[in-house]
Write a protein that binds this ligand. Sequence first.
Ligand code: ZN
Length: 153
Amino acid sequence: MIVKKYKNLQLYVECTLIELMANLAIYHYPNDNGGFLLGYYSDNLTKLYIKDFLLIDKYDSSPVGFKRELNLKVHNFEKIFRETGLYYIGEWHSHPNATAWYSLTDLQAMDSIASCNTVQLHNPILLILSMSSNKLLDFNFFLFDEGRLAVYE
Ligand SMILES: [Zn+2]
Protein backbone atom coordinates (compact mmCIF):
# COMPACT_ATOMS: atom_id res chain seq x y z
CA MET A 1 0.00 0.00 0.00
CA ILE A 2 1.24 3.47 -0.92
CA VAL A 3 0.26 6.38 1.36
CA LYS A 4 0.59 9.98 0.18
CA LYS A 5 -0.15 13.15 2.13
CA TYR A 6 -1.19 16.71 1.44
CA LYS A 7 -1.90 18.87 4.52
CA ASN A 8 -4.39 16.80 6.59
CA LEU A 9 -5.43 14.69 3.59
CA GLN A 10 -4.23 11.15 2.99
CA LEU A 11 -4.39 9.17 -0.20
CA TYR A 12 -4.13 5.37 -0.25
CA VAL A 13 -3.45 3.26 -3.32
CA GLU A 14 -2.29 -0.34 -3.83
CA CYS A 15 1.10 -0.77 -5.54
CA THR A 16 -0.49 -3.33 -7.86
CA LEU A 17 -2.91 -0.71 -9.22
CA ILE A 18 0.01 1.61 -10.11
CA GLU A 19 1.81 -1.36 -11.69
CA LEU A 20 -1.23 -2.18 -13.83
CA MET A 21 -1.39 1.40 -15.13
CA ALA A 22 2.39 1.42 -15.72
CA ASN A 23 2.13 -1.81 -17.74
CA LEU A 24 -0.59 -0.30 -19.92
CA ALA A 25 1.55 2.83 -20.38
CA ILE A 26 4.51 0.64 -21.45
CA TYR A 27 2.25 -1.18 -23.91
CA HIS A 28 1.22 2.14 -25.49
CA TYR A 29 4.71 3.68 -25.40
CA PRO A 30 5.81 6.03 -27.02
CA ASN A 31 2.20 7.29 -27.04
CA ASP A 32 0.63 8.47 -23.84
CA ASN A 33 -2.16 6.54 -22.20
CA GLY A 34 -4.62 7.24 -19.45
CA GLY A 35 -8.15 7.40 -18.17
CA PHE A 36 -10.24 7.84 -15.06
CA LEU A 37 -9.57 7.04 -11.41
CA LEU A 38 -12.22 5.41 -9.22
CA GLY A 39 -12.31 5.39 -5.43
CA TYR A 40 -14.05 6.59 -2.31
CA TYR A 41 -13.52 8.98 0.62
CA SER A 42 -13.69 8.35 4.37
CA ASP A 43 -16.72 9.85 6.18
CA ASN A 44 -14.78 12.98 7.22
CA LEU A 45 -13.35 13.29 3.67
CA THR A 46 -9.71 13.32 4.87
CA LYS A 47 -8.86 9.87 3.53
CA LEU A 48 -9.10 8.94 -0.14
CA TYR A 49 -8.87 5.33 -1.28
CA ILE A 50 -8.09 4.85 -4.95
CA LYS A 51 -9.34 1.40 -5.88
CA ASP A 52 -9.65 1.10 -9.64
CA PHE A 53 -9.28 2.89 -12.98
CA LEU A 54 -10.78 3.06 -16.46
CA LEU A 55 -9.11 3.63 -19.80
CA ILE A 56 -9.82 6.32 -22.35
CA ASP A 57 -10.07 4.94 -25.86
CA LYS A 58 -7.02 6.45 -27.54
CA TYR A 59 -8.02 5.13 -30.95
CA ASP A 60 -10.72 7.75 -31.13
CA SER A 61 -9.26 10.36 -33.47
CA SER A 62 -11.39 13.27 -32.25
CA PRO A 63 -9.80 16.25 -30.48
CA VAL A 64 -8.94 15.83 -26.81
CA GLY A 65 -11.67 18.04 -25.39
CA PHE A 66 -14.41 16.31 -27.29
CA LYS A 67 -12.96 12.90 -26.53
CA ARG A 68 -13.09 13.69 -22.80
CA GLU A 69 -16.77 14.64 -23.04
CA LEU A 70 -17.47 11.53 -25.07
CA ASN A 71 -15.71 9.29 -22.56
CA LEU A 72 -17.51 10.89 -19.63
CA LYS A 73 -20.75 9.93 -21.34
CA VAL A 74 -19.59 6.45 -22.38
CA HIS A 75 -18.60 5.57 -18.80
CA ASN A 76 -21.77 5.76 -16.77
CA PHE A 77 -20.36 6.79 -13.38
CA GLU A 78 -23.74 6.56 -11.64
CA LYS A 79 -24.05 2.96 -12.76
CA ILE A 80 -20.47 2.22 -11.69
CA PHE A 81 -21.21 3.69 -8.25
CA ARG A 82 -24.40 1.64 -7.87
CA GLU A 83 -22.54 -1.55 -8.78
CA THR A 84 -19.18 -1.01 -7.05
CA GLY A 85 -19.58 1.82 -4.51
CA LEU A 86 -16.74 3.66 -6.26
CA TYR A 87 -16.85 7.26 -7.41
CA TYR A 88 -15.14 8.96 -10.31
CA ILE A 89 -12.46 10.88 -8.38
CA GLY A 90 -10.05 12.06 -11.06
CA GLU A 91 -7.76 11.21 -13.93
CA TRP A 92 -4.48 9.50 -14.70
CA HIS A 93 -2.15 9.54 -17.70
CA SER A 94 1.39 8.71 -18.69
CA HIS A 95 4.17 11.08 -19.70
CA PRO A 96 6.45 9.06 -22.00
CA ASN A 97 10.03 10.36 -21.69
CA ALA A 98 8.89 13.28 -19.53
CA THR A 99 8.70 14.11 -15.84
CA ALA A 100 5.80 13.26 -13.54
CA TRP A 101 4.94 16.96 -13.31
CA TYR A 102 1.77 18.50 -14.78
CA SER A 103 1.68 20.61 -17.95
CA LEU A 104 -0.39 23.73 -18.55
CA THR A 105 -2.78 21.57 -20.60
CA ASP A 106 -3.11 19.20 -17.62
CA LEU A 107 -3.93 22.12 -15.30
CA GLN A 108 -6.53 23.45 -17.74
CA ALA A 109 -8.09 19.98 -18.11
CA MET A 110 -8.43 19.65 -14.31
CA ASP A 111 -9.92 23.13 -14.12
CA SER A 112 -12.56 22.17 -16.69
CA ILE A 113 -13.41 18.98 -14.77
CA ALA A 114 -13.77 20.92 -11.50
CA SER A 115 -16.09 23.43 -13.15
CA CYS A 116 -18.12 20.78 -15.03
CA ASN A 117 -21.66 20.67 -13.63
CA THR A 118 -22.45 17.16 -14.81
CA VAL A 119 -19.70 15.40 -12.84
CA GLN A 120 -19.84 17.46 -9.58
CA LEU A 121 -16.21 16.87 -8.71
CA HIS A 122 -14.74 20.02 -7.19
CA ASN A 123 -11.37 18.61 -6.09
CA PRO A 124 -10.35 16.12 -8.77
CA ILE A 125 -7.16 14.07 -8.41
CA LEU A 126 -4.56 13.85 -11.16
CA LEU A 127 -2.05 11.00 -11.32
CA ILE A 128 0.89 11.37 -13.73
CA LEU A 129 3.18 8.44 -14.52
CA SER A 130 6.65 9.28 -15.87
CA MET A 131 7.58 6.44 -18.26
CA SER A 132 10.56 5.12 -20.17
CA SER A 133 10.05 2.49 -22.90
CA ASN A 134 10.14 -0.37 -20.40
CA LYS A 135 9.53 0.95 -16.90
CA LEU A 136 7.87 3.40 -14.56
CA LEU A 137 10.37 6.13 -13.61
CA ASP A 138 8.33 8.24 -11.22
CA PHE A 139 4.75 9.21 -10.41
CA ASN A 140 2.91 12.03 -8.66
CA PHE A 141 -0.60 12.51 -7.35
CA PHE A 142 -2.00 16.03 -7.49
CA LEU A 143 -5.08 17.55 -5.89
CA PHE A 144 -6.89 20.31 -7.77
CA ASP A 145 -7.85 22.96 -5.25
CA GLU A 146 -8.87 26.57 -5.86
CA GLY A 147 -7.40 26.82 -9.32
CA ARG A 148 -4.09 25.12 -8.66
CA LEU A 149 -2.62 21.62 -8.51
CA ALA A 150 -1.01 20.66 -5.18
CA VAL A 151 1.28 17.63 -5.06
CA TYR A 152 0.78 14.85 -2.52
CA GLU A 153 4.10 14.12 -0.79
ZN1 ZN B 1 0.13 15.43 -18.75
